[in-house]
Structures are given as structure tokens and as C-alpha cells.
Design a protein around this ligand. Structure first.
Ligand code: B12
Length: 327
């Protein structure tokens, strides 16, 4: 263990040099209320078919099970906000903002590697490979809970981490380290600060926010269009309303997101990926992996695979073709 080789202030400078928008530091102590919430969420089956969420929940809860001797957690965030354009028509499906450009895992990965390379160059005594472990959301880790504890914002009723600077339009990643770093202080008095506001609950088309901070994935359009592998049931299909990949409604209606700022990162802009709209007929016509990868390679849209994306696109088109009440 290399004590005091680096300060929190220096880590934040490295994070900023590596083009992260926010950086917060906290201790790796288990957060009991977050652990409790995760256990309850799993017990109720709110994870749906996401079996990876069921694996090793104790590891997700306790960072020391991932990196022995971990002393600090460095939380990183990037703002990806971009305004919506008018839809070209019902034959096009909308992609959630975070996924319109390059796959965010790749963006975070390359920036984290650059950050750690810079640290290693400046501190040859440090064994960065051994003393730092990083991942982007696929790792077993409660990102929002540790980001809240690292003073980056607070978890709102829609269950998202809401920051002062960018609202909730940020993505997170983390570096676990054996270095002892001075922790940031959680934003005082903000926990549960949505108060009586229920805009996200009331606007969610499928009623997926079943209690403050609790999302039933089985109903969430994001889950249905990205993570769920089997058919989407009829009642839920009707509510997709053109959303072919992900959903931003619970963020769009959030008053805290008035402070949204367009992203400065070109990787998140439509020009770097599939863009905001997909031609649903074209998606349905894609017959092989080659066609699919031509459209989605390097973006987050590879996640549902061809079968998942085609299933959603055809569900939207089928619903559009149904006679509507009163017509
Ligand atoms: C599984 C998952 C999903 C699932 C389940 C969503 C969910 N809310 O759990 C699905 C597929 C539905 C999903 C959807 C989305 N996701 Co997602 N998802 C994850 C993942 C991989 C795990 C989250 C998790 O642990 N869920 C389990 C439940 C128990 O935890 P939770 O909702 O986070 O609950 C916590 C809070 O309740 C908190 N808490 C504790 N005490 C208290 C007390 C109060 C009063 C409150 C309010 C909360 C609170 O503790 C709990 C445990 O930490 C994380 C990445 C990660 N590794 O953390 C990304 C992550 C949460 N997703 C993210 C994003 C961007 C999205 C979408 C916006 C994508 C989109 N546009 O379609 C939507 C948003 C939907 C929503 N409102 O949640 C970002 C969120 C960034 C942010 N600003 O918060 C993350 C952090 C990924 C990332 N690397 O940035 N996601």
C-alpha cells in the first residue's frame, strides 16, 4: 500500500484532465440503507430477467469483496445531455439520449485508462495495476449510492442521481483504490430532497416507479427495450410510444433537469453513433448480424442484439397499424 502518494485534489485534477465532468471521492464502507434496498428489490423480483443483478449481491454491496484492501472510491461522471429534435414520423423510433452516440462504456474505458496512465507516468513508485480497479456499470457496484455518498448529488424519486451541475443527465463509473484519499462530504440535507414532487411517478407511462427511488424493471420501458430478451406483453407494448431503445421520460419531466446543459463531448452526439431516430421498417428488415452491426457497432444498441431490437421495432409498427379508438 502506498499511503499519501496522491491527494484527492490531485486525483480530481487527473479526472478533469481526462475529460470527466465530475469527480467525487468516498470511502468503501458498506452503505446499509442501499444494501437493504438492493436486497428488498431482488426479493420482490423487480430485476425481471436481469439475472446478472441476482449474482453475488453481497459483492455489489461491499466493494472490499472486489478489491482486497480497498480504502477509497473515486466516482466519475460525464454529462451526455442533448435536446430532442422533432420526430420525422411514426415510422421512426426514438433512441434515449445516452445511447445516440458512441457506446458510453467505451468512452469511459478510454478516459479511465488515460487517467490511470497519467497517474502512473507521474508516480512510477505506484503500482497502478495493483492498486486501482475500475469499471463502468457492468461491475458489481452500487454506483448511484456511492456517487451520492461522494457528494456528487442525491438520489431522486425517479431513482436517478441528480447533480447540481447537470441534473440527472450524467453517466457514472468508478475506480476502487487501495490509496487513502480524503473523502468528500455528501450533499447535506439532500437525501430524499424531491419532497412531495411526483412528476416522474405520474408521467411514467407504465407506472414503473412504484415508490420513491424504487423502479420495477419489469414495467420500465428502458428495461423492456434494452434488457428484456423475451416478448414484451401486449399492454406494455401499447405504451412504448415510439421508444425503440431506452426511455428518458422520468428525467425529462424532472424539474431539476431544467439545469441541463448540452454535452461538450462529441462522442455522445448523434454524429458519433446511430443518432436520435431509427427507421423502424429498416430495422425489421435486417436479416443478419452483418446488417445489425453495420448500424450498431460501437454503440450501446448492440445490447439487445438483433432479435431484441427487431422485436421492439415491430411491436411499435404493429401498434401504430392498429385501429385507434374513435377512428
Ligand atoms: C439495473 C440498472 C437498470 C435497470 C433497473 C433500474 C433501477 N433503477 O434499478 C433498468 C434497465 C430499468 C435501467 C434503466 C435506466 N438506467 Co440503469 N442501471 C442499472 C444498473 C446496472 C444497476 C442499478 C441497480 O443497482 N439497481 C438496483 C436497485 C435496488 O437500485 P437503485 O434503483 O439504484 O436503488 C438505489 C436507491 O434506491 C438507493 N437508495 C438508498 N436509500 C434510498 C433512500 C431514498 C429516499 C431514495 C430515493 C433512494 C435510496 O439505494 C438503492 C441501492 O443503491 C446501474 C449501474 C450500476 N452498476 O449501478 C445503471 C444506471 C443506474 N442506469 C443509468 C441510466 C442512465 C439508466 C436510464 C436513464 C437509461 C435510459 N435512458 O433508458 C434508465 C432510467 C430508469 C430509472 N428511472 O431507473 C445510470 C444512471 C445515472 C444517474 N444519473 O443516476 C446508471 C448508474 C449507469 C451508469 N453507469 O451511469 N437501469
Amino acid at each position: 500500500m502506498s499511503a499519501n502518494l496522491l491527494t484527492s485534489k490531485e486525483i480530481k485534477r487527473y479526472a478533469s484532465d481526462a475529460q470527466f465532468d465530475l469527480c467525487g471521492i468516498t470511502t468503501p464502507k458498506v452503505i446499509p440503507h442501499a444494501a437493504q434496498r438492493l436486497r428488498k428489490w431482488l426479493k420482490k423480483g423487480l430485476q425481471g430477467e436481469m439475472s446478472y443483478m441476482e449474482k453475488e449481491p453481497e459483492r455489489r454491496i461491499d466493494p472490499s469483496k472486489t478489491l482486497a484492501g480497498v480504502r477509497s472510491i473515486i466516482m466519475l461522471a460525464i454529462n451526455y445531455y442533448q435536446p430532442d429534435q422533432a420526430s420525422p414520423g411514426p415510422e421512426y423510433g426514438r433512441v434515449a439520449r445516452y445511447a445516440r452516440g458512441r457506446d458510453y462504456h467505451k468512452v469511459f474505458e478510454s478516459r479511465t485508462k488515460n487517467m490511470l496512465k497519467a497517474i502512473q507516468n507521474d508516480h512510477p513508485d505506484l503500482n497502478v495495476r495493483q492498486e486501482f480497479r475500475w469499471f463502468v456499470d457492468y461491475g458489481p457496484f452500487l454506483e448511484k449510492a456511492y456517487a451520492e455518498k461522494a457528494g456528487m448529488g442525491y438520489i431522486g424519486t425517479n431513482s436517478m442521481l441528480i447533480t447540481e451541475e447537470f441534473g440527472s443527465w450524467i453517466l457514472l463509473s468508478e475506480i476502487l483504490t487501495t490509496l487513502e484519499l480524503a473523502p468528500d462530504v455528501p450533499v447535506p440535507g439532500r437525501h430524499g430532497a424531491c419532497g412531495s414532487c411526483r412528476r416522474c411517478v405520474d408521467h411514467c407511462p407504465t407506472g414503473a416507479i412504484i415508490a420513491p427511488g424504487v423502479v420495477d424493471a419489469n414495467k420500465c420501458i428502458s428495461y423492456l427495450t434494452i434488457e428484456k430478451r423475451t416478448e414484451i406483453e401486449r399492454e406494455l407494448r401499447k405504451k412504448l410510444n415510439g421508444k425503440v431503445f431506452g426511455c428518458d421520460i422520468c428525467q425529462e419531466v424532472c424539474p431539476h433537469n431544467q439545469r441541463a446543459q448540452p454535452t461538450r463531448h462529441i462522442e455522445f452526439t448523434p454524429a458519433s453513433g446511430v443518432g436520435e431516430f431509427l427507421d423502424l421498417k429498416k430495422v425489421c428488415e435486417m436479416s443478419d448480424r452483418e446488417d445489425f452491426l453495420e448500424l450498431t457497432a460501437g454503440t450501446a444498441l448492440t445490447r439487445p442484439k438483433l432479435a431484441g431490437l427487431r422485436r421492439t421495432a415491430s411491436a411499435i409498427l404493429a401498434h401504430n397499424a392498429e385501429p385507434k379508438n374513435g377512428s
